[in-house]
Design a protein around this ligand. Structure first.
Ligand code: ZN
Length: 352
């Protein structure tokens, strides 16, 4: 979902491309532990912070043994991290994330003959074991060895357990940085072995300015659509969803036009419907919408009927169920058509 990370690391100018990482970066660099857990707000740039940390740990501009500092962005090590080719950096991301970031094509690295399977959302145990073996080899450039895992939620069962011993007692010079949105979704034993670094979404003003500087029109609308996560707002923009297209979704639902979602990846379409359902419920209860401009949602009835609220609630339940089964081989066009029909039904009752 996020934009390519390459452009969002410290480059030759030494400037942090995501200015709101400065505080968390300083905090993280001051941690004495060898294992960090970045707890990031969605779309705030957890992976970018992890990569910047790797860059700082491996940066060769700072004399060996000197206190850690933000990366210079210019030395050979910093450039190798930018290119993700530093021999002392191992990055474990699930295939779905590598594909979404354009780091590889879908199906690459998967077993042959699997056909059109969906890219995995999990970090495989074989990759974890391989990375653990790698941590005990000697460094290539002698600063440190950095193992980066993103997101921690993609480490399940055996893959998470396999990491425990290394998290507790990594080989000398090894640093491990995990990330997650919700620490409660990690194994308690993984959580407890890491020092936490919190990464909050930037203030709306700062995020809007940052998006505007990157050429995003109507940044405030897309920022609300992305629930305040600037990288998710940028990803929407880069996927061709502009403020007008976002504002059109409530009308498309009311008119039963599933075509407006055609070409959207299923998770993004589900996310948009979920946000629409949320806002319709809030507006029906007399509140202010969170994700959509109020005028796009249309006038709310003075009193929403219990039947209408119940109907919206059923739609929400179905959306949650479908989202939880993202790897099911859905016929996506039919699924979206059916979800739009249910949403429309709820909306008709709401406006009756
Ligand atoms: Zn450097």
């Amino acid at each position: 979902m996020s934009a390519g990370t390459e452009s969002l690391l410290v480059g030759a100018d030494g400037v942090l491309p995501l200015p709101w990482l400065a505080g968390p970066l300083t905090h993280a660099l001051a941690q004495p532990g060898h294992a960090l857990l970045v707890v990031g707000a969605p779309g705030a740039g957890a992976l970018e912070l992890q990569m910047t940390l790797a860059q700082a740990w491996l940066c060769e501009a700072r004399p060996a043994g000197a206190p850690l500092a933000p990366p210079c962005g210019r030395c050979a090590a910093c450039r190798l991290v930018q290119a993700r080719t530093h021999a002392d950096l191992r990055i474990l991301l699930p295939e779905s994330q590598r594909v979404a970031r354009g780091w590889e094509a879908a199906g690459e690295g998967g077993e042959a003959g699997e056909g059109r399977r969906k890219p995995s959302r999990w970090i495989r145990i074989a990759e974890v074991r391989d990375a653990i073996a790698w941590t005990s080899t000697t460094t290539a450039r002698s600063r440190a060895k950095v193992l980066l895992l993103h997101p921690g939620e993609a480490l399940q069962g055996e893959a998470a357990s396999a990491l425990l011993k290394t998290l507790e007692e990594p080989p000398p010079g090894t640093r491990i940085v995990l990330s997650c949105g919700d620490p409660e979704r990690l194994l308690p034993t993984v959580r407890s072995r890491c020092q936490r670094v919190r990464l909050a979404a930037p203030a709306a003003d700062q995020a809007v300015d940052w998006l505007a500087a990157r050429g995003v029109p109507d940044p405030a609308v897309l920022l609300a659509a992305a629930d305040g996560g600037p990288l998710d707002a940028l990803a929407l923009h880069e996927a061709g969803v502009d403020a007008a297209a976002w504002g059109e979704l409530p009308r498309a639902l009311a008119q039963g036009r599933p075509q407006v979602w055609s070409g959207w990846p299923l998770p993004r379409a589900l996310d948009a419907m979920h946000k629409l359902c949320h806002d319709l419920m809030v507006v029906a209860a007399g509140g202010a919408p969170r994700y959509f401009p109020a005028e796009a949602l249309g006038a709310a009835p003075a009193i929403a009927s219990a039947v209408a609220i119940e109907s919206l609630g059923r739609w929400a339940d179905v959306l949650v169920q479908v989202r939880g089964r993202a790897e099911h081989p859905w016929n996506e066009a039919l699924l979206i058509e059916s979800l739009v029909a249910q949403g429309r039904d709820a909306l008709v009752r709401l406006r009756a």
